[in-house]
Design a protein around this ligand. Structure first.
Ligand code: ZN
Length: 439
């Protein structure tokens, strides 16, 4: 009996020791994990101060995932149907918990196909779906529209001139115009300028020469740091004039290897190179991740941690030898002033007057003296000397004077802003277009 007890006690002690050492090992392992260089994108809730824009390698098609420092998540397009699982896996790997805004640029299957899978995912809900208002007539479109309904959502139309606030990201839709009559699918695709801090990324979906010309003629501010090249590098887009207006530092081509369309075309690559853009391609580089703190950016590598560092170059993209500089300052863009609204319908009881709201989005005070605001009929308002601090807004009313919002007014008794649609243009004293708002 006694010997048996001793053996039992020994077994219990050994088992306890074993449990203790396993617990200690686990504890040490957990302790070690933070020392690994975890990428910011993998920790969705942490405020890292970084935005990420990922061009997901979906083969022949488009898909981009945009996240602000708080994890606000936008998914633009989703490649073909068979790319759905690739996107699903990427979203899960990155710890994405919901898609706040899903953008379907146009009904073509290489843009909305994979979005069907995303909408059907149970673990990652979608909160809102934007599209261009020109539905498709294909099976893929029907399945997409059904998946949107099954998610309990409606398709929300957005068009040129619309502005969106996506967490800390700003987006301006620049194409298509409203009221097109049965437009060709690519030409009516949603093109969007996204601003993350001071970094501007232009998404040109599958636009072609005609719409590029139209954007230039409309005076749209196309200047961007990053360009998602139109139509997978097709030869029918990315004209020299358009690339001059955009002046991108980086051009990203979302394209499948050995595709049957011959994308990207040699002449398009040559135009991008002539424009001085560093070219990145999903068929050669895989997923392309751009990280930015709003001023500097890095591609497929972490941003340097501290501020005021010397510029660091990005790793060489396959197929392009040009290094990618991290811009430390942007002297060419001294002010960032936008028109946030044109309140043209002076019928609400609490707001009898029309006004235009102008916001200084930049980090410095802007002197508005000599700046002009005009509508399509050329009613011109010229600002007197006035300092607009960073983050502040002013309104220019039509009839009355409101000192609390700058005290500016056209002082006219007739309406300026056309209820049927109009464009407000803000120009600096040199005549350069600073901001435009169309409705
Ligand atoms: Zn396409």
């Amino acid at each position: 009996m006694t010997a048996r007890r001793v053996i039992l006690a020994l077994i219990v002690i050994v088992a306890l020791l074993l449990c203790l050492s396993i617990a200690l090992l686990l504890f040490l392992q957990i302790r070690q994990q933070p020392a690994q260089p975890a990428l910011p994108a993998a920790t969705p809730t942490a405020v890292t101060g970084e935005f990420t824009i990922t061009f997901i390698d979906v083969g022949q098609g488009d898909s981009a995932l945009l996240r602000d420092p708080n994890g606000f998540t936008v998914l633009m397009d989703g490649g073909v149907r068979s790319a759905g699982p690739i996107i699903a896996e990427y979203l899960r790997d990155e710890g994405v918990r919901q898609i706040d805004v899903l953008v379907a640029s146009h009904p073509d299957s290489d843009h909305i196909g994979g979005l069907i899978t995303v909408l059907e995912m149970d673990d990652i809900p979608v909160r809102k779906v934007l599209y261009n208002g020109y539905p498709g007539d294909t099976r893929t479109w029907e399945d997409f529209a059904r998946a949107v309904r099954d998610e309990g959502l409606r398709l929300t139309v957005t068009r040129a001139g619309d502005r969106h606030t996506w967490g800390q990201m700003r987006a301006v839709v620049i194409n298509p115009q409203a009221g097109l009559n049965n437009p060709e699918s690519n030409s009516a695709c949603l093109a969007v300028m996204v601003t993350t801090g001071q970094l501007r990324t232009l998404f040109t979906c599958d636009l072609a020469f005609d719409q590029e010309r139209d954007l230039i003629n409309r005076g749209v501010d196309l200047d961007a740091d990053i360009l998602k090249v139109a139509h997978h590098g097709s030869g029918e887009g990315s004209s020299t004039a358009f690339l001059e207006a955009v002046s991108p530092e980086i051009a990203v081509i979302s394209v499948g290897a050995d595709n049957t369309y011959g994308h990207p075309r040699e002449e398009t690559l040559a135009r991008l190179e002539d424009a001085g853009a560093g070219i990145w391609r999903t068929d050669l580089d895989g997923h392309i991740v751009i990280r930015t703190d709003g001023i500097r950016y890095a591609i497929n590598e972490p941003l340097p941690a501290a501020e005021g560092q010397t510029p660091v170059t990005g790793s060489d993209p396959a197929g392009a030898a040009e290094p990618t500089p991290l811009p430390t300052a942007r002297p060419e863009r001294l002010y960032r002033v936008v028109i946030t609204t044109v309140f043209y319908d002076g019928e609400l009881t609490n707001e009898p007057d029309e006004y235009v709201e102008i916001l200084n989005e930049g980090s410095q005070t802007v002197q508005l003296g000599g700046w002009t605001l005009r509508d399509k009929q050329n009613h011109v308002f010229t600002f007197p000397d006035y300092s607009l601090p960073a983050g502040e807004m002013v309104r220019v009313y039509t009839n009355q004077v409101h000192p609390d919002t700058g005290g500016f007014s056209y002082n006219t008794t007739t309406p300026v802003w056309n209820n049927g649609g109009d464009c407000a243009e803000l120009r600096d004293p040199s005549g350069a277009l600073v901001a435009e708002y169309c409705y």
